[in-house]
Design a protein around this ligand. Structure first.
Ligand code: URA
Length: 185
């Protein structure tokens, strides 16, 4: 673990800890305010993110941006990262060995950002951060506190593209996270 961003960012350069390195164009490390109170964790980069090296810039990211805008969440004020930093082929779910190889980078990011609240975007983020026993359908919208951080699991923004109800719930969960953050500050 590194106690500063410079060393952490340097440590991931040219990473070959898992097979996802073979097809990547860019490592998608994370984006945003490195001292954010509110952090978002997704699954892994898609094609657009792999091209640009920035998380959530594709279709799902645009939906997330819309929700941010509607709820008065400033994207520059939050920190956004993923479970895996390199794009899985055909956007498949990251495999266990890939997530395990990558998780220490994310743990280190969380330690340095020190967020009060983390929104977990979808099942992959939920299971890798809080444990395999959690299911997104039963857990979304409910606060789970661990080691002084409040976690709000919600749908992955890509799921909203197919389901209007999930869109409503996603907005509700983000609204709740924003409200809780206000209470915390
Ligand atoms: N989906 C994710 O989980 N993360 C991204 O960065 C983009 C799409």
């Amino acid at each position: 673990m590194y106690d500063n961003w410079e060393e952490l960012e340097k440590s991931i350069e040219g990473c070959k800890k898992c097979k996802l390195c073979n097809n990547r164009n860019n490592i998608v490390f994370g984006q945003g305010n490195k001292e954010a109170d509110l952090m978002f964790i997704g699954e892994g980069p898609g094609a657009d993110e792999d091209k640009e090296g920035i998380p959530f810039v594709g279709k799902a990211g645009k939906l997330m941006n819309e929700a941010f805008k509607g709820l008065g969440i400033n994207r520059e004020e939050v920190y956004i990262a993923n479970i895996v930093k390199c794009r899985p082929p055909q956007n498949r779910v990251p495999e266990e060995d890939e997530a395990t190889a990558c998780l220490n980078y994310l743990r280190n990011q969380v330690i340095l950002v020190k967020p009060k609240i983390i929104v977990l975007l979808g099942s992959t983020a939920l299971k890798n951060i809080l444990g395999k026993e959690y299911g997104i359908t039963a857990t979304r919208g409910k606060w789970i506190e661990k080691k002084g951080i409040k976690y709000m699991p919600t749908w992955h923004p890509a799921a909203l593209l197919r389901d209007e109800n999930k869109k409503i719930e996603f907005w509700k969960d983000l609204k709740e996270a924003k409200k809780e953050l206000k209470n915390e500050l």
